[in-house]
Design a protein around this ligand. Structure first.
Ligand SMILES: Cc1cc2nc3c(=O)[nH]c(=O)nc-3n(C[C@H](O)[C@H](O)[C@H](O)COP(=O)(O)O)c2cc1C
Length: 191
């Protein structure tokens, strides 16, 4: 017999740092509830309306998604517990800008994406932010033969559904190169 749990068990999820310019200063917060959407062309995440970062997302209609590695756990703790209203979180990292110019990205994160707001869904105390991915960046040491190798990124995984602890990525168990291309093609019927 299975045990029924009152939880959304779609887990684990990667911890990301979402960045926005608030009053001309970069601000970063931890987002756990985030997902690729429309076969990766968009990202979709949950944002409480009270978040300081929301001010910048509303103002500029842009934001960034940065994937911190395990070595940034202390900074993640700060970005996930302290508000930009009280702490200048822009000083924790070196910020760089890309094409959009208003989506601050974190140099210390191996992976960065700049996004443009496509739609905002009103969910009471929360909003669902849908952003179109405009450009993606990776540190060269994480790229092998022109492709991202996730084993070099060391992302922090967050278990939801009642666990709520951080984990690290395990070993690669699938076949290499060709099958990865095939799996991507299978996942998106348009390609
Ligand atoms: C693991 C983890 C996941 C989180 N996920 C979300 C989330 O999905 N949406 C959200 O609004 N806040 C989330 N938070 C909380 C914010 O990161 C936190 O309240 C932050 O201090 C807000 O910063 P700001 O006020 O500068 O925007 C999460 C925090 C942690 C530690």
């Amino acid at each position: 017999m299975k045990q029924e749990l009152e939880a959304n068990l779609l887990s684990p999820l990667p911890v990301v740092l979402v960045g926005a310019m608030v009053g001309g200063r970069p601000n970063y917060l931890v987002i756990g509830y985030i997902s690729p959407f429309d076969f990766g062309r968009y990202v979709f995440f949950s944002l409480y309306k009270k978040r300081y970062t929301r001010i910048g997302i509303q103002e500029n209609r842009t934001f960034s998604v940065n994937i911190p590695s395990e070595n940034l756990l202390a900074e993640v703790e700060i970005c996930g517990t302290k508000s930009g209203r009280d702490v200048d979180k822009g000083t924790l990292f070196e910020t760089f800008l890309g094409e959009l110019e208003t989506a601050p990205m974190i140099r210390e994160c191996h992976i960065n994406m700049e996004c443009e707001v496509a739609e905002i869904l009103d969910y009471g105390q929360n909003e669902g932010i849908i952003g179109r991915v405009i450009k993606s960046y990776a540190d060269p040491e994480c790229v092998v033969d022109g492709k991202l190798d996730m084993r070099k990124v060391h992302p922090i995984l967050w278990a939801t559904g009642g666990d709520f602890n951080y984990y690290r990525l395990g070993e690669r168990i699938g076949e290499e190169e060709d099958s990865a291309d095939q799996q991507e093609a299978d996942a998106d019927p348009e390609h």
